[in-house]
Every structure is written in structure tokens, then in C-alpha cells.
Design a protein around this ligand. Structure first.
Ligand code: HEM
Ligand code: NAG
Ligand code: NAG
Length: 507
């Protein structure tokens, strides 16, 4: 009896699998890894949370550059080649310009209305227009130079005090100084002031709690029955608690700026150029109240602070790490700076365009360590074709940028740090092989700002200091959660260069 049942089940399973395979072929759906477990789907492929980009690259090695996955109940398209990426972000750009609806986005991102989580449509377009005009607009340039000087001073002071009287020196951890730089640049742009230390601590605590919840995804996003059974309550409760703190943080900022505008009254009208982002939006609140609600203002400030800080500072830490491991490349960059800028002044923004090798270093860093190794998920709003396969409407897109940037079929010796590979690249010729900021309508609106911040800070550190590693052996282990950062923080020694001592001491 039991045996019969087992063999019936086995026969049924075989028939099911064969018909499903034939059916999928007939519909021209992309290949799907075996097995697709009931309920779980392919979630078992994502066992290693800090290394999802590597797990998914292995799937692509086995099944090809266009693969269909089931993440619980969500149909997901995994894309891992330049040409398939071009299909998604150019030929089907508008179709894939949506984001999936996730619970985290509903709670944290003001009902999916922030620029990162909003669907393609008028609201999102409005956000993008404001981001394009307000992110580091020309009037605010001095602020970056100012913050880079503070960075030099901080590194110099910390290095001096890390030198013990007995001659030992275990160097300084560089990431906190870089994070302070990016926070201050963003905060001054958003609210016209530095992060005060109490405020900074408060924000970092909230951020920690946010990360602890586990990034953007929750089980309820993959298993709809979770919601119906109320199993998602714990996540929702924690998420709401963090949201309330985050919301209060930004409401305080908005209220503060509103108060300032009232205080300044007419004076401000003569002084329009000095407005910060929140003040610009508060101005819009009068002319376009339907758009610029407090929630929208808080949401824009929130998402810019979340996306703009960790990304640039991580990239700088990676670049510093790679240059310490490759001193000849560091020396070549320094030679370029010495020739074009000299020793009589610090690098300025206008110098960046004359430092192509520095830019190659930044590109090569972003190739090896794209801070968003998998693009934040997109979702298709129509049926479309990718790599010759039919992709149904409502498919979530995982684009594995890391896999494309490190593909040995596309890049010669992808594990080697070789900025020279970008030397003869003109304009956008690198195309879809290299797109650390994404591409198309949803591409990063902060690219310009990020390259300036990273370029100026990195260039200035090269110009001002002799570098030396403070570790036996520098490792390149990465960990990726919301973004990809160095698993073990870098420690290095920075000694002011003789030629620069005068300038540094005047900061
Ligand atoms: C090295 C630094 C940075 C890198 C590598 C980076 C990369 C990216 C990537 C890959 C995306 C997703 C594109 C997509 O979904 O297809 C993105 C989106 C975004 N980035 Fe950046 N980014 C960086 C810095 C910044 C900065 C400094 C800001 C703000 C000032 C910023 C603001 C945003 C925003 C708002 C989005 C969402 C855009 C949308 O969904 O429409 N990013 N970024
Ligand atoms: C935001 O996303 C959630 C799904 O997670 C959905 O229930 C809600 O209706 C969405 N809100 C809007 C305004 O689209
Ligand atoms: C760096 O990459 C960007 C694409 O993100 C490209 O437009 C630029 O030309 C590259 N710069 C250099 C110097 O290779």
C-alpha cells in the first residue's frame, strides 16, 4: 500500500517535471535551477547572506546569464551579462523602471514614496528633477573643499597621536574619518549644517537598528501567507519602531529649517542662493503644496542621507586599500598630482578634470568593488523579452553587477587591480560591461557628486601624505548587506609629506 503510494507520487513528480520543462520551453521562459522547492523556491541558493553576489554568480556560471528564480512566491529574473543588462536597462528601460513593492519600503519609505522606492511615474519624476538640480548644485561646491580640509586635519592629528613614544605605530582606522566627511557633506547640502555630535550619534544608532532588521527584504515579501497568518508582525513592529525614530529625526530637521526661514523672513529673499535642500522644498510647499508635503521632504532627506554616505566612504576605503597593496600605482597617481597641481596648494575641484589617472583608479576600484554589487531590485511593468526569453509582467529583477564587473570572459585578469584598463576608454564606450552607478532612467542621480567627493578626498590624501600599511597583510574580504564594504576595517599610517607640511599645518 505505502509502496504504491510512493511510486504513484514518484511517477506523478516525473510527469510534472517533464511537462513543466516542456511548457517552460514552449513559453520560452529562462532556464530555472533545479530543484524549485515547494514554498521556498530557490531561496536556498541565498544561504550565505554577506556573499549573495558570489552565490548568484555561481548560479549564472551553471545556468547562463539569464535565469529565472523563484524567491518564495516572487518570480525573479537574475541577469549576469552585459548584453542581457543592456536588454533590461536600455531596450526595456521604461518597463524595468519600477521597483518591487516591499514591506520595508511601505513602512520606512513613507508608503513607497521616496525616490528610491517610488514607482516609475509623475511623483518619481518630480523627485528626480529636484535631485538633479539640488544635489551639489554649483553654489555648494565650497563646502566639499572645506570638508576635505577637515579630513586632512583629522587624519594628520590621529596619525600624530597614534605614534607611541617608543616608536611603535599601529596606524589609524580610516573609515570613520571618511564617513564623517561624507555625512557632513550630505548634511550641509540637506540642512545647511554639519552633523552635530549628539545628532550624529543619534542618527548612527538609528542606522544600526535599521541594518539589524536585515536590510530591505522581509519574509513577508516572499511568503504572502506570512502576512495572513500574522507571522510578519515581529518584523513590522521592529520596522515601525525604527521608522518612528527616523521620522522624528527628520521632522526635527524640517522644523528647525522652517523656524530659520521664518526668523530670517525677508532677509532670505535676497539670499536665495544659500538655501539648503530642505529650505528649497519648504519653499515648494507654498507653491506646490500637493507635492511638497512634510512626508515627501523627510523622505527625500532620508533617502539622500542613506544612499549618499556609506556608498562614497566605502569606495574611498576600497581605493585606499587597493593603493596600499599596489604602491607603484599609488606613486603613478602621485606623480600625476605633483605635475598638474604641485605642492603650493591643495587640489581643488577644477583640478580633477586634469587628473585622468586618478579617475581611472576610481573606476577600477568601482569595477572590482561596486558598492551595490546587486542593483537595488527593479520590477517589470509589462511583458518583455530579455536575452531571447519571455519575461512576464511583475518579475523582480536582480542584476548582478559584481558578476559582470568580474567576468573573466569580459575583463582580462579581473582579480588584478589595473587602472590602466580604463586609460584609453573614451566617453561611455565601456557601456554595460561597467556601470557602477547603474544605467538608464533609474541610474544613480548622485554619480557626479560621488566621483567628485571620492576624487577630491582621495587625491588630497595622496597629495598630502606618505602612506604605509599598518597590517601584516591587507585582505580584500568583502561583506555585502545593503551595500558592499570591506569586512575588516583598514588601518594605515599617514605621514605628512615634507613638501606639504606647511600647507597642512595652516589648515
Ligand atoms: C560611489 C558612490 C555611489 C555608487 C557606486 C552608487 C550606485 C548606485 C546604484 C548602482 C544605484 C541603483 C541604480 C539602479 O537601481 O539601477 C543607485 C541609486 C541611487 N543613488 Fe547612488 N551611488 C553612489 C553615491 C550616491 C550619492 C552620493 C547619492 C546622493 C547624493 C546617491 C543617491 C542615489 C539615489 C537617490 C538612488 C535611487 C535612484 C532611483 O531609484 O531613482 N548615490 N546608486
Ligand atoms: C506600498 O507597498 C505595499 C506593499 O508592500 C502596498 O501594500 C501599498 O499599497 C503600497 N502603497 C502605495 C501607496 O503604493
Ligand atoms: C570612468 O567610468 C565612467 C562610467 O561610469 C566613464 O564615463 C568614464 O569615461 C570613465 N573614466 C575613465 C577615466 O576611464
Amino acid at each position: 500500500m505505502d509502496e504504491n503510494l510512493v511510486s504513484y507520487a514518484a511517477i506523478f513528480l516525473v510527469i510534472y517535471l517533464i511537462t513543466k520543462k516542456v511548457f517552460d520551453k514552449f513559453q520560452k521562459l529562462p532556464p530555472t535551477p533545479f530543484p524549485t522547492l515547494p514554498i521556498l523556491g530557490h531561496l536556498y541558493l541565498l544561504r550565505n547572506p554577506g556573499q549573495i553576489h558570489r552565490c548568484l554568480a555561481k548560479v549564472a556560471d551553471r545556468y547562463g546569464p539569464v535565469v529565472q528564480l523563484w524567491l518564495g512566491s516572487r518570480r525573479t529574473l537574475l541577469v549576469s551579462s552585459a548584453s542581457a543588462a543592456e536588454d533590461c536597462l536600455q531596450h526595456n528601460d521604461i518597463i524595468f523602471a519600477n521597483r518591487p513593492r516591499l514591506l520595508g519600503g511601505k513602512i520606512i519609505a513613507y508608503d513607497n514614496t521616496t525616490i528610491l522606492w517610488a514607482s516609475y511615474g509623475p511623483l518619481w519624476r518630480n523627485h528626480r528633477r529636484i535631485a538633479a538640480t539640488e544635489i551639489l548644485s554649483v553654489q555648494r561646491l565650497h563646502l566639499l573643499a572645506d570638508e576635505v580640509r577637515s579630513l586632512v586635519k583629522r587624519i594628520n592629528d590621529e596619525s600624530a597621536s597614534s605614534q607611541s613614544p617608543t616608536g611603535g605605530n599601529d596606524g589609524v582606522e580610516i573609515k570613520p574619518a571618511l564617513v564623517e566627511l561624507t555625512y557632513n557633506v550630505m548634511m550641509r547640502m540637506i540642512a545647511g549644517k554639519k552633523m552635530e555630535s549628539e545628532e550624529g550619534k543619534r542618527f548612527k544608532m538609528i542606522l544600526k537598528e535599521l541594518l539589524a532588521i536585515g536590510g530591505a527584504f522581509s519574509a513577508g515579501d516572499f511568503f504572502p501567507f506570512f502576512k495572513y497568518l500574522g507571522l510578519n508582525k515581529r518584523f513590522e513592529t521592529r520596522c515601525k519602531a525604527v521608522f518612528l525614530k527616523l521620522d522624528k529625526f527628520f521632522q526635527d530637521l524640517v522644523d528647525e529649517q522652517r523656524g530659520k526661514l521664518v526668523d530670517d523672513g525677508n532677509m532670505k529673499r535676497n539670499n536665495a542662493k544659500k538655501k539648503n535642500l530642505i529650505q528649497v522644498l519648504l519653499g515648494l510647499q507654498e507653491t506646490d503644496p500637493a507635492y511638497a508635503t512634510d512626508d515627501i521632504i523627510k523622505g527625500l532627506a532620508q533617502i539622500l542621507l542613506l544612499t549618499g554616505t556609506e556608498t562614497s566612504s566605502s569606495t574611498m576605503e576600497w581605493a585606499t586599500t587597493l593603493l596600499l597593496i599596489n604602491p607603484d600605482i599609488h606613486d603613478k597617481a602621485r606623480k600625476e598630482i605633483d605635475e598638474k597641481v604641485g605642492h603650493d596648494r591643495l587640489i581643488e575641484e577644477q583640478d580633477l578634470q586634469h587628473l585622468p589617472y586618478l579617475h581611472c583608479i576610481i573606476n577600477e576600484t568601482l569595477r572590482m568593488f561596486p558598492v551595490a554589487p546587486i542593483l537595488p531590485p527593479h520590477e517589470s511593468s509589462e511583458d518583455c523579452v530579455v536575452g531571447g526569453y519571455n519575461i512576464p509582467k511583475g518579475t523582480m529583477l536582480f542584476l548582478n553587477l559584481w558578476a559582470i564587473h568580474n567576468d573573466p570572459k569580459v575583463w582580462d585578469e579581473p582579480n588584478k587591480f589595473k587602472p590602466e584598463r580604463f586609460e584609453n576608454v573614451k566617453g561611455d564606450r565601456v557601456g554595460y560591461k561597467f556601470m557602477p552607478f547603474g544605467s538608464g532612467r533609474r541610474a544613480c542621480p548622485g554619480e557626479n557628486m560621488a566621483t567628485r567627493v571620492v576624487g577630491l578626498a582621495l587625491g588630497t590624501l595622496i597629495q598630502c601624505f606618505d602612506w604605509e600599511s599598518a597590517e601584516e597583510e591587507i585582505d580584500l574580504k568583502e561583506t555585502a548587506a545593503v551595500s558592499m564594504w570591506k569586512a575588516n576595517p583598514l588601518r594605515a599610517k599617514f605621514k605628512p609629506r615634507k613638501q606639504m607640511i606647511d600647507i597642512i599645518s595652516q589648515i
